[in-house]
Design a protein around this ligand. Structure first.
Ligand code: NDP
Length: 453
C-alpha cells in the first residue's frame, strides 16, 4: 500500500506540476484512505481514487473589462468541475490575486468530500479569478462580474453547476453575476447561491459557515462533557466566515480575543463584544476598511502589522482554549500549531479551507486535540447553499429558525459521521480520517454504480 501511495503521489506531482496546494490536499486525503483501500480492493480495482483526482472538466478563460479610466484590464477566469457523481457541481467562486489553477483544484477536490458529508445531493466544483476586488469601485466590480459571467454562463445551470461565494465574492458580487446570467439566459433560476433575500436567497446563508464551524466545535467539546461558555478563542480573518464565527461564539458565552486581515491582526484582551463586532461588520462590509482601525477605535486592543520575515504567525501565539482559523489556506504552519498547543489550545475548528499545513495537521493529531478539519467543520456554508437550492426548486422560503435547525442537524450529523467512521476504521478521535473516509465512501459507491465515466 505504501508503494501504491508513493506511486500515486508521484503521478499527481508529475501530471500537475507547480500546483503545491493541490498536491497537499490530495496527500492528506490519500493518507487517510489507505485504511479504506486495504479493506476494499474493489475501489482500487475500479481506479476510483485515480478518477477522483482528475477533474471531470476544467474551464479557463479570458476576462477582459474596462476600468474607470477607460483602460483595458485582463484577468483569468476558471471553473473546475471536479466530480458530479452525487449531484450537480457545487462550490464557491474566489476573487483574489493569488488565485491560480492549483489553488482552485485543491479547493474543488476538498469540496467533493465536504459536499458528500453534508448528506445533500451535491457534487464538487470551484472557480474564480485572479481579479482583486480590493480598491475597485462598485462599477469596476460590476463590469468585471458581467464579463466573467459572459463566458461562465454557458457552462453552469441549476442542474449542472451552481456556484456560490468565497474569498472576495460576497453579496455584491453574487448580485452582479446573477443579473448578468439572467440577462444572457432569459431565465430566473437558482443558478447561484448566496443570493439576496428578495430574489431567491436563503435566510442564514451569510451566517452559515461561521455558525456551522462553531456548532461543530460545540459538538467536539460535548464529547468531553464541555461547552463553549467561558472559552477564550482565537479567530483569524475578518470576512464573512470570521464575522459569523465571532457572532455565534459571543452568543454561546465564549470570549474572542483576535481578528485579522492580510495586513495584520488585533488582539483585544477584553474580548470582542457585540458592539465591537458591529463596528467590524460595518468596517469590512460597508466601508471596506482595514482591521487596523479596530485598534484605533478600541484602546483595549493592540494591532500587530503582518511581518513577512517571520516564520510563524503571532496571532496563534496567545493563551487560549480554542482556535478558529477563518482566513485562508496554510495560515497555520508547524510552528504555529506547536505554539497553539504550548498556549493551551485544545480545540481547532477550521472555518477556512485547508488553513493548516500537513506538518501542522500531524502536530494536532499527535497531541490528540479536538481538531475539526475544514471539510467537516466549514461544511455549514455549502449545506445551507444546498438548502437554498431546495427552496428555489420548490419556490418557497423557509424561516430563519427552520434553516438554522437544518444547519444544526447537518453539523451534528457530519460530526457523528466523522466520529463513527474514525472508530470503524480503527482511529478513534481522528476527525481528519473520519471526514476523508466518510466523504469518500458515498462518492466512491456512486461512481461504482455509474460505471466507468
Ligand atoms: P472573505 O473574503 O469574506 O474574507 C477573507 C478574510 O481572510 C479577510 O479578512 C482577508 O483579509 C483574509 N485573507 C484572505 N486571504 C488572505 C491571505 N492570503 N493572508 C491573510 N489573510 C487573508 O472570505 P470568506 O470569509 O468567505 O472565506 C474565508 C475562508 O473560509 C476561505 O478559506 C474560504 O475558502 C473559506 N470558506 C468560506 C465559505 C463561505 O461560505 N464564504 C464556505 C467554506 C469555506 P483581506 O481583506 O486583507 O484580504
Amino acid at each position: 500500500m505504501k508503494d501504491y501511495i508513493e506511486e500515486l503521489m508521484a503521478q499527481v506531482k508529475a501530471k500537475n506540476p507547480a500546483e503545491p496546494e493541490f498536491h497537499q490536499a490530495v496527500q492528506e486525503v490519500v493518507e487517510s484512505l489507505v485504511l479504506v483501500l486495504e479493506k476494499h480492493p474493489e475501489y482500487r480495482h475500479a481506479k476510483i481514487l485515480e478518477r477522483m483526482i482528475e477533474p471531470e472538466r476544467v474551464i479557463m478563460f479570458r476576462v477582459p473589462w474596462l476600468d474607470d479610466n477607460g483602460n483595458v484590464q485582463i484577468n483569468r477566469g476558471f471553473r473546475i468541475e471536479m466530480n458530479s457523481a452525487i449531484g450537480p457541481y457545487k462550490g464557491g467562486l474566489r476573487f483574489h490575486p493569488s488565485v491560480n489553477l492549483g489553488i482552485l483544484k485543491f479547493l474543488a477536490f476538498e469540496q467533493v468530500f465536504k459536499n458528500s458529508l453534508t448528506t445533500l445531493p451535491m457534487g464538487g466544483g470551484k472557480g474564480g479569478s485572479d481579479f482583486d476586488p480590493k480598491g475597485k469601485s462598485d462599477n469596476e466590480v460590476m463590469r468585471f462580474c458581467q464579463s466573467f459571467m459572459t463566458e461562465l454562463y454557458r457552462h453552469i445551470g441549476p442542474n449542472t453547476d451552481v456556484p456560490a461565494g468565497d474569498i472576495g465574492v460576497g453579496a455584491r458580487e453574487i448580485g452582479y453575476l446573477f443579473g448578468q446570467y439572467k440577462r444572457l439566459k432569459n431565465e430566473f433560476t437558482g443558478v447561484l447561491t448566496g443570493k439576496g433575500l428578495n430574489w431567491g436567497g436563503s435566510l442564514i446563508r451569510p451566517e452559515a459557515t461561521g455558525y456551522g464551524s462553531v456548532y461543530f466545535a460545540a459538538e467536539m467539546l460535548a464529547t468531553r462533557g464541555e461547552t463553549l461558555e467561558g472559552k477564550v478563542c482565537l479567530v483569524s480573518g475578518s470576512g464573512n466566515v470570521a464575522q459569523y464565527t465571532v457572532e455565534k461564539l459571543i452568543e454561546l458565552g465564549a470570549k474572542v480575543v483576535t481578528l485579522s486581515d492580510s495586513s495584520g491582526y488585533i488582539y483585544d484582551e477584553e474580548g470582542i463584544d457585540r458592539e465591537k463586532l458591529d463596528f467590524v461588520m460595518e468596517l469590512k462590509n460597508v466601508r471596506r476598511g482595514r482591521i487596523r482601525e479596530y485598534a484605533e477605535k478600541y484602546k483595549s486592543a493592540v494591532y500587530t502589522e503582518h511581518d513577512p520575515s517571520l516564520d510563524y504567525n503571532p496571532l496563534w501565539n496567545h493563551k487560549a482554549d480554542c482556535a478558529f482559523p477563518s482566513a485562508t489556506q496554510n495560515e497555520i504552519n508547524g510552528k504555529d500549531a506547536q505554539n497553539l498547543i504550548n498556549n493551551g489550545v485544545y480545540l481547532v475548528s477550521e472555518g477556512a479551507n485547508m488553513p493548516t499545513t500537513l506538518e501542522g495537521v500531524n502536530i494536532f493529531l499527535e497531541n490528540k486535540i479536538l481538531y475539526g478539519p475544514g471539510k467537516a467543520a466549514n461544511a455549514g456554508g455549502v449545506a445551507v447553499s444546498g438548502l437554498e437550492m431546495t427552496q428555489n426548486s420548490i419556490r418557497m422560503s423557509w424561516s430563519r429558525e427552520e434553516v438554522d435547525r437544518h444547519l444544526q442537524t447537518i453539523m451534528k450529523n457530519i460530526h457523528k459521521t466523522c466520529v463513527e467512521t474514525a472508530e470503524r476504521f480503527g482511529v478513534p478521535g481522528n476527525y481528519v480520517a473520519g471526514a476523508n473516509i466518510g466523504g469518500f465512501l458515498k462518492v466512491a459507491d456512486a461512481m461504482m454504480d455509474q460505471g466507468v465515466v
